[in-house]
Design a binder for this molecule. Structure first.
Ligand code: CP3
Length: 344
């Protein structure tokens, strides 16, 4: 496998002395060059839909740090927008969308075939990246998982406990499931189009999976991830899939087997030793340094980075944070993390 890119080797199950490394939200506000390009684009959504500038911000952290993977610059909420939801971002607060509280809100959504009309600039970003990335860098495409995307479409914003989505799920189950199915089908088409444009790996972000418990976790986190993963593997054999059921806790155990994903991304609420024994036992894992170390730095960053590399050293591992890097992070701490992973 020596000719294969480092990230793809980990995803194929190879144990490496130095794990490949990339970072969630690696193109983001902690980088001055990102802030400059975002200002040039005007706002965040204009940046997402401008292929040249979206490719530029994707490349910035690769140039600065030489990460082993680049993740397409876009957002999980572009899919709801492509399905007809209104979407805007309020500075300092986050996303806002039209809400789905009754069947008539669902009925006005567009059919899945219509999504490419809105999303075609994203595929162009992928095409630009696939011809400009260094030959050793893997290009990751992504989408939100149906449950996480639905929580935003239902509430019209981020919510601390996903209350509105849980209420719809319990009180209007048929409507909730119809919405989840629509998002699932759209996600399969969206990820397939990214792969056709040049994405080499896809990642499914289920940021709010942790608020689904027991049978609801199986039905609304595991099952949709399995449906998407199987469809991707049928259409695009050999394309690895990373699943990220954030804060799933015990739900991480057996997640790869139940869904067919090639790698499970871990948040930092689980200990690396526990995850090595119970999750990495089934295959590749990604994670899981607390992103707060990118703000605080110092010896604690070095010690924690080393102990994560050590804990996962007997199996396939991709080094990453447990969640996205935050805008208050110090770019020098990112370099310190990389030097620690690569230099010991
Ligand atoms: O990781 C990457 O660098 C790839 C690009 C990416 C973004 N968002 C860019 C972004 C990815 C993979 C996402 C995923 C995403 N988006 C998730 C799942 C992962 C997670 O963080 O839990 C979610 C829930 C969203 C929805 C979203 N987008 C929120 C809640 C926010 C506001 C919070 C914030 O950080 O401001 C965004 C905005 C967003 N998406 C930014 C970036 C770089 C910040 C926008 C800016 O420049 O102002």
């Amino acid at each position: 496998m020596a000719d294969k890119k480092k990230l793809l080797r980990a995803l194929a199950g190879e144990v490496q002395d130095v794990p490949p490394i990339w970072m969630m939200r690696q193109a983001g506000r902690y980088l001055p060059e990102y802030r400059a390009t975002r200002a040039q684009a005007g706002d965040f959504l204009s940046l997402c839909y401008n292929p040249e500038l979206a490719a530029e911000v994707t490349l910035q952290p690769i140039r600065r740090y030489g990460f082993d993977a680049a993740i397409l610059f876009a957002d999980i909420l572009l899919v709801p927008q492509a399905l007809g939801a209104d979407l805007w971002f309020v500075t300092g607060e986050g996303p806002r969308l039209s809400t789905i509280t009754q069947k008539s809100d669902f009925d006005v959504l567009k059919p899945v075939d219509a999504i490419h009309e809105t999303l075609s600039p994203v595929y162009e970003t992928v095409r630009i990246l696939s011809r400009t990335l260094p030959s050793e860098t893997t290009l990751i495409g992504f989408a939100g998982a149906p449950w996480t995307v639905a929580t935003y479409m239902i509430a019209g914003r981020g919510t601390p406990d996903q209350g509105p989505a849980h209420a719809l799920r319990e009180q209007e189950t048929a409507l909730f499931e119809a919405l989840l199915d629509r998002i699932t089908e759209a996600t399969i088409e969206y990820l397939s189009a990214q792969i056709e444009a040049g994405a080499e790996v896809v990642k499914i972000f289920d940021s709010w999976a942790g608020s689904l418990k027991g049978a609801a976790f199986d039905k609304y986190a595991v099952a949709p991830c399995r449906t998407i993963t199987q469809a991707i593997k049928d259409r695009h054999p050999g394309i690895p899939v990373i699943g990220f059921p954030r804060e799933a806790g015990e739900g991480y155990v057996g997640f790869a087997k139940a869904t067919g994903v090639d790698c499970v991304a871990l948040d930092n609420s689980v200990s690396p030793d526990w995850a090595a024994a119970h999750v990495q036992a089934d295959g590749c894992v990604q994670g899981n340094l607390a992103s707060s170390h990118m703000v605080t730095g110092g010896q604690a960053l070095v010690d924690e980075t080393r102990s994560i590399v050590q804990a996962f050293s007997n199996g396939p591992h991709i080094f990453n944070l447990g969640h996205g890097i935050t805008p208050d992070a110090d770019p020098e701490n990112v370099q310190l993390m990389i030097d620690t992973v690569r230099g010991g």
